[in-house]
Design a protein around this ligand. Structure first.
Ligand code: SF4
Ligand code: SF4
Length: 283
């Protein structure tokens, strides 16, 4: 090994410092979870809620369609005739017993799709854990929203401000078949505490990101952005070239690093083999 190579080897630790210094000026990607959380996606599937109409009546009519469609067999519903003098729901029947076993639920939202009255929807809460099986089986009194229309906060759930605002986001997609003519058209009933919820923001100009909670989605997925949301230098052909350059530079950097690692390991292998060959000598 030449003296310059030796010196280079001895100073290789400076590469580590360089990497650290480079990261000092980069935007920080780690978060102080759970104190600081990422915004949740408008259609995120979390813990279920049973909704009420604006007049306080329960939306569930005890039809058991949600239980029938559930692939994990985790919903148990029993319907009962509404008492004529004090009806619980506007229908003939209401959900007398309603239970969801969250040890089984896979949050597929098929129950939400099957429900004819939008009674069952999912909030954005997914941070809940249990220490016993009974806590994991949510009963109707735990699932039904309170007198203000808000989800009940159970002791083992980690609710934060705003996490209960966008339950039913999935139900508010107005053009599920991709037909832009239906964007912004309200096709659902009002909810206690919220009234008639605004439609989920589509890709047309008729959208309200703040009201519908779709802003986080737009911040993550550029494909959902309108032209005016994208910085000028990142639009159209300019944007494509900008993205291609960024990605080429990233790939080149990774390739250079991989090549130098390969060269170093090859050199180390050759170095370790040399004395053995020399020791064996000519026969
Ligand atoms: S989200 Fe899916 S698995 Fe969970 S209760 Fe509804 S249908 Fe069943
Ligand atoms: S939640 Fe909906 S689908 Fe399930 S029993 Fe009630 S009304 Fe029927």
């Amino acid at each position: 090994m030449s003296s310059s190579e030796g010196l280079k080897g001895q100073l290789s630790f400076l590469g580590g410092f360089k990497l650290t210094l480079e990261h000092l000026s980069r935007p920080r990607v780690t978060r102080q979870y759970p104190d600081e959380k990422k915004p949740k996606q408008p259609r995120q599937h979390g813990r279920h809620v049973l909704n009420r109409y604006e007049d306080g009546m329960e939306k569930c009519i005890g039809c058991e369609l949600c239980a029938g469609v559930c692939p994990a067999d985790c919903i148990y519903v029993r319907g009962l005739d509404n008492p004529p003098d004090d009806p619980v729901s506007p229908g003939e029947r209401y959900g007398y017993v309603y239970e969801i076993n969250f040890l089984r639920c896979i949050h597929c939202d098929l129950c939400v799709e099957a429900c004819p009255t939008e009674a069952i929807t999912e909030s954005k809460l997914f941070e809940f854990s249990f220490t016993n099986r009974a806590d994991a089986i949510y009963t109707k009194s735990e699932l039904l929203v309170d007198d203000e229309g808000l989800p009940r906060h159970l002791p083992w759930e980690d609710w934060r401000d705003g996490e209960d605002l966008h339950s039913s986001g999935w139900m508010r997609a107005t053009a599920p078949a991709g037909n832009a003519a239906y964007e912004g058209e309200v096709q659902w009933s009002g909810e206690l505490g919220y009234g008639l919820r605004p439609p989920e923001g589509g890709q047309s100009g008729r959208r309200d990101d703040e009201a519908t909670g779709t802003k986080p989605l737009r911040e993550v997925l550029e494909a959902h952005l309108l032209k005016e949301d994208i910085p000028l230098e990142h639009r159209g052909m300019k944007g494509r070239i900008w993205r291609a350059k960024i990605s080429a530079a990233r790939h080149k950097k990774h390739l250079d690093e991989a090549r130098s690692r390969h060269r170093a390991s090859k050199a180390a292998r050759e170095e370790s083999r040399r004395p053995q060959t020399e020791m064996r000598g000519p026969k």
